[in-house]
Design a protein around this ligand. Structure first.
Ligand code: ARG
Length: 560
């Protein structure tokens, strides 16, 4: 609200200057660093130049303009500046009412489709897919909060020649029982075995290609196997989604997109964009960037062909205003190519596409991977985090009921927060011990703060209509009011920059503001008016913390 108010005051002043002074000057209001100088400051230099008067002569006129508004307690001229102090009581009341009533979205602002998680079947769900899942989920929540219609899409990597290899390996060396018991690990080792054997006997590659082609042409047996692999993988992925509390509106499929790709290829052809180069079909998209290959010489589609088809399908179905792809930094060039092709096609949604790219998760400075030497499986990471959370709980509150459920909620949220507190485009170093601590910049710290406030509020009722405005305008109270007021603006910024980390940082700030407030102020005091005021204020802090955590995708717990 304070920010909106500033804009409102600025518009009012500029309107006055135009109508009463008749000069083409647009002023911008400043916020003094030194708070004793006022809440806002209006400089008069620009006016002094066009009016050929000294700033000291102009300031008093600006002061009278400001005094006509109902927001100020005091307006004063200090040299060339007009400094104004808000009527804190009025504003405090407004902010509290707004925070209490919550946001009302009376109209839908548009449709945002988000492609996230999007793992590859028959492969391990990687740490990168985890980052995509956490980021996409949170952005979805944030856009929904702001009043957008959000479509959550999980685009499965279920297409490729590797399925020819996998089917070959399964038919020759596979064990159905083993695959059913532990599908992803079994399929991954079959895939590895295929490569070992193909080194010795290159003919296997031809066999695999043949199988893949027949799969594409609809061979029943192969298709059934492929579906079995896909369902088994999905079952494992869904375990992770359940743990994270993630759901999707739609699962899309690269294989389907490939099957339907004739449509987009025809469209590209009609626009005269296709060229044959060495047997392959390509689109030239500028000298600074490699051309997009949309069909290989053997007729197979590529990743980009499938995405081009898929985005057309999505647009037809959802008419999105934004199409976000939460995919790692390593696909930056790829998404530039995709956007260039869409521009060349002059697709109606060409400006709606945004690659929300993100960095790596590192352990000891190296890429954390579920494949290589520092092999950490995602399930292991989550389980370890839950175990550490349980240890902390045992230490702090060993008689707690439902310890396991709470440890799960705390452990998983710790991983989510640890990820989102970092600016998404950057790499970050992963340290599970740090992430699960109950103090410091962690998820458990936020949850713990919310639990603390909850337990204070349980000890006494309060009447929010009977509070002391005199108390609220004191600095240590008013500081919290200003912070509460920032909430919507922070959410907007998180959406505009696709970075929930602004929200994460804000919540840390708010939590530590509460903690220092609480160490100085006795909330359950004798005086009714004072108690009401304090309890109402911390109630609002808790409701912002809880809402913010939910928007990040974390769980809110009542005890821990
Ligand atoms: N499956 C891909 C991968 O794991 C990510 C897909 C992202 N979405 C898309 N529409 N390209 O790298």
């Amino acid at each position: 609200m304070l920010d909106e108010l500033k804009v409102k005051i600025q518009d009012y002043l500029n309107n006055k200057i135009e109508t009463e002074m008749n000069v083409p000057v647009v002023l911008s209001i400043e916020t003094p660093k030194d708070k004793t100088k006022g809440d806002i400051a209006v400089p008069s230099f620009q006016l002094s130049k066009v009016l050929h008067k000294s700033p000291m002569e102009i300031a008093p006129t600006l002061r009278t303009y400001l005094e006509e508004l109902p927001y100020f307690e005091k307006v004063e001229c200090v040299g060339p500046y007009v400094n104004a102090f808000y009527d804190r009581k009025k504003l405090a009341k407004l902010v509290l009412d707004e925070a209490y009533n919550g946001r009302n979205n009376d109209k839908v602002l548009g449709t945002v489709a988000i492609d996230y998680s999007s793992p590859n079947i028959a492969k391990n769900f990687s740490i990168g897919h985890l980052r995509s899942t956490i980021l996409g989920q949170s952005l979805g929540n944030i856009y929904e909060y702001l009043g957008y219609n959000v479509i959550r899409i999980n685009h499965l990597g279920d297409f490729g020649t590797q399925f020819g290899k996998l089917i070959y390996a399964y038919l020759n060396w596979g064990d159905e029982k083993k695959v059913m018991e532990d599908p992803i690990n079994e399929l991954v080792s079959l895939y590895v075995k295929f490569h070992e054997e193909a080194e010795k006997d290159p003919k296997l590659d031809d066999e695999a290609r043949k199988i893949f082609n027949e799969l594409e042409e609809g061979n029943k047996k192969y298709r059934t196997l492929w579906e079995t692999f896909k369902n088994a993988s999905l079952k494992e992925f869904k375990r992770i989604y359940d743990l994270l509390g993630v759901t999707f509106d739609e699962y899309s499929s690269e294989a389907n997109a490939s099957r339907d790709s004739k449509r987009v290829l025809d469209l590209l052809d009609k626009k005269g964009l296709l060229e044959i180069d060495d047997g392959a079909t390509i689109i030239r998209i500028g000298d600074d960037i490699p051309p997009a290959i949309v069909k290989r010489s053997d007729g197979a589609t590529l990743y980009i062909t499938r995405d081009l088809e898929e985005i057309h399908r999505r647009y037809e179905k959802y008419h999105f205003d934004k199409m976000l792809y939460c995919v790692g930094n390593e696909q930056k060039l790829y998404f530039t190519q995709l956007k260039r092709v869409l521009s060349k096609m002059d697709a109606p949604f060409k400006d709606a596409v945004k690659h929300v790219n993100f960095g790596l998760i590192l352990t000891d400075g190296k890429k954390m991977s579920t494949r290589h030497g520092n092999a950490i499986k995602l399930n292991d990471v989550l389980n370890e985090s839950i175990r550490l959370a349980k240890e902390h709980i045992e230490e702090k509150n060993k008689d707690l009921e439902n310890k396991d459920d709470i440890a799960k909620a705390v452990g998983v949220s710790a991983i989510i927060f640890n990820d989102l507190k970092n600016y998404h485009e950057n790499d970050y170093e992963f340290n599970l011990e740090d992430a699960t601590r109950f103090e410091g910049q962690t998820g458990p710290y936020l949850q713990y703060t919310s639990v603390r406030i909850g337990s204070i509020l349980k000890q006494a009722e309060f009447d929010r209509t009977n509070i002391s405005l005199d108390l609220l305008i004191q600095d240590n109270f008013f500081e919290i009011i200003k912070k509460l007021d920032e909430f919507d603006q922070i959410i907007q910024k998180s959406a505009d920059e696709y970075s929930p980390n602004y929200l994460a940082k804000y919540l840390l700030n708010l939590a530590s503001m509460f903690n220092s407030f609480y160490s100085k102020e006795k909330c359950l005091c004798e005086d009714v008016l004072e108690r009401n005021t304090k309890l109402y204020l911390i109630y609002l802090i808790k409701s912002r913390l809880d809402l913010g955590m939910k928007l990040l995708g974390m769980s809110v717990v009542e005890k821990m």
